[in-house]
Design a protein around this ligand. Structure first.
Ligand code: NAD
Length: 379
């Protein structure tokens, strides 16, 4: 049983899907782990660290993918990687499957058994495999650190002999995993924090972190959470009421961090250009949803935009800006899932096809796209 850990091909992706810690565990389960040279460097892991944990570092120029039974990746494999992976190989990654029909078809046609980690059910047993949480938590922290670095003022109130600097006011929009960590981080830095969400459950969580909850709490709000714990897309009437509330609140803020997402849908637009223009010069907005279409009208993916003195930060792959920490957590998530596919006594692959975690995450198998949400449309 051979496990491959390639170096991520995508530009700017410094994360890696295995660490020496998880390599050691895989080796303990009887696997041969082969790591591409330099795969961990951007996460602070040297080839020698992998070797010391029991992995083989592939010879430069050789193909780690060719004989792999399991491929561990951060990102969905690119076409060139798919072509080099053997039929029947298991590939585990964040597959970003929504709107990626052609890529899913290519993986199916190449005979890959592809699993999308972001489709993992959010049940107790799978918490240790929850890549959305492990990465969003870091993104929420980093968003506030990025905002603080751009901000020309201090976050905490400072009373000095030369005068008093007021505390920054931070508003966090979307209080899921990333938003709650953003609240906690902004509070640790000394900001006065308010937050909003459309799910009622968020209210108590926001309060427990010492922030004030600001939201349109009508009947629709009371029913806005799906059985899976996610937000629904809100009605136009709700969006209008929310916009009115946000418009008056946002004008008084120094820092805004937006994190609002709806699974499988474009991110809700929460901050209009007029709202940006109502903010004081020197204010900072960080849009963590920019990769999903953005919560902020003027945000641009991968750019830091200045508009009327307001800075709008739209960094891509924010967890990757903390690659070393992100890799440690991501690799643990992947190990916890991959381990369930290995028969420990036979030291061989034994995927439990009926396991609810396998069924929820399996995208392609035996030449077909098998996940019900991503079936090719019949013409
Ligand atoms: P997410 O990334 O899908 O969305 C981020 C936040 O944006 C959510 O809180 C959502 O309600 C909010 N949002 C969506 N539309 C909005 C709008 N129009 N205005 C304001 N806010 C809006 O969410 P997430 O961080 O993945 O968390 C989703 C849920 O899953 C939460 O209830 C979280 O507590 C829960 N969760 C459960 C587990 C578990 O049990 N294992 C693990 C992690 C998260």
């Amino acid at each position: 049983m051979r496990i491959a850990v390639p170096k991520e091909a995508e530009a700017g992706e410094g994360r890696v899907a295995a660490t020496p810690d998880t390599v050691k565990k895989f080796v303990g389960l009887g696997a041969d782990v082969v790591v591409e040279p330099g795969a961990g460097v951007a996460s602070g892991i040297l080839d020698a660290d992998y070797q010391a944990a029991g992995a083989t570092v592939a010879a430069p120029g050789s193909d780690v993918l060719a004989d792999a039974d399991i491929v561990l990746k951060v990102r969905r494999p690119a076409a060139a990687e798919i072509a080099r992976t053997k039929r029947g190989a298991i590939v585990i990654a964040t597959m970003d499957p929504y709107g990626a029909d052609a890529a899913l078809k290519a993986m199916a046609e190449a005979g890959l058994t592809a699993f999308a980690m972001e489709l993992m059910p959010r049940i107790t047993r799978a918490q240790v495999m929850d890549v959305l949480s492990s990465q969003a938590n870091l993104a929420g922290y980093r968003a506030v650190v990025d905002a603080a670095a751009e901000f020309g003022r201090a976050f905490p109130m400072m009373m000095t002999a030369a005068g008093t600097v007021p505390a920054a006011k931070a508003f966090i929009m979307g209080a899921g995993v990333a938003g709650l960590q953003a609240i906690a981080t902004a509070r640790r830095l000394g900001a006065i924090v308010t937050a909003t969400d459309v799910r009622p459950a968020a209210k108590e969580q926001v309060a427990s972190l010492g922030a004030k909850f600001v939201a349109v709490e009508n009947e629709e709000f009371k029913a806005a959470e799906t059985a899976g714990g996610y937000a629904k897309e809100m009605s136009d009437a709700y969006k209008a009421a929310q916009a009115e509330l946000v418009a008056s609140h946002i004008a008084k803020q120094d820092i805004v961090v937006t994190t609002a997402l709806i699974p499988g849908r474009p991110a809700p637009r929460l901050v209009s250009a007029a709202m940006v223009e109502s903010m004081k010069p020197g204010s900072i907005i960080v849009d963590l949803a920019v990769e999903r279409g953005g919560n902020v009208e003027l945000a641009k993916p991968g750019e830091v935009v200045r508009h009327n003195g307001v800075t709008i930060v739209g960094h891509l792959n924010v967890p990757g800006r903390l690659a070393a920490s992100a890799s440690v957590l991501y690799a643990k998530n992947l190990y916890a899932f991959a381990e369930t596919m290995i028969d420990k006594s036979a030291k061989a692959l034994a995927v439990k096809w009926d396991d609810e975690l396998v069924k929820a995450t399996l995208l392609t198998r035996d030449g077909e796209v098998v996940h019900p949400n991503f079936q090719p449309k019949v013409a």
